[in-house]
Design a protein around this ligand. Structure first.
Ligand code: AMP
Length: 156
């Protein structure tokens, strides 16, 4: 595996955990935007989702394993983003990043909104698809209502 060696390569060094639909998409976007990205997944087939233009690194391994995190040179990361499909794995990886390696920006996806407090206690930012989707649907509905009101007013 190619290793990050020079100091410059550590600038904007982002570790993504989970190369699924969200992780791969994010890795492609950040890499295309010039970020130094390393992505970890326990299933090697998952890396097929990365685009041919992806210029980052990848490690096959379980992100809840500290040895894997060390191989990823986590202590040099400016951000760690845990987006596996498993809330427990995300919480564990995020805690390792925050508590053991003192990474400032740690973001984790979680499916269960009721567990958000666990993350916040440890200074971990969270993304909850159910909450985001509900907000977005509510926004679309209110925009539709607004449009109807405008049309109504114009007709009067
Ligand atoms: P998706 O459901 O499409 O967002 O995919 C989630 C990804 O997370 C899959 O590619 C899984 O192989 C990966 N994954 C799940 N648990 C772990 C783990 N503990 N460490 C690394 N990758 C994981």
């Amino acid at each position: 595996m190619k290793r990050l060696t020079s100091k410059q390569e550590y600038e904007n060094y982002i570790i993504i955990i989970g190369c699924g639909r969200l992780g791969a998409n994010l890795a492609n976007t950040l890499s295309d935007g010039g970020g130094n990205v390393l992505i970890i997944d326990k299933n090697k087939d998952s890396f097929r989702k990365l685009s041919p233009s992806f210029g980052g690194l990848s490690i096959i391994g379980d992100a809840t394993d500290i040895d894997v995190m060390q191989e990823a040179q986590i202590s040099n990361a400016s951000a760690v983003i845990a987006v596996t499909n498993n809330d427990n794995a995300n919480i564990m990886a995020a805690q390792i990043a925050r508590e053991m390696f003192h990474i400032k920006r740690v973001i984790a996806r979680l499916y269960d909104p009721e567990r958000e407090y666990v993350y916040h206690e440890f200074g971990i930012e969270t993304i909850c698809p159910a909450v985001l989707s509900a907000k977005e649907i509510d926004k679309i509905l209110s925009q539709n209502d607004l449009q109807k009101d405008v049309i109504k007013e114009e007709k009067q």
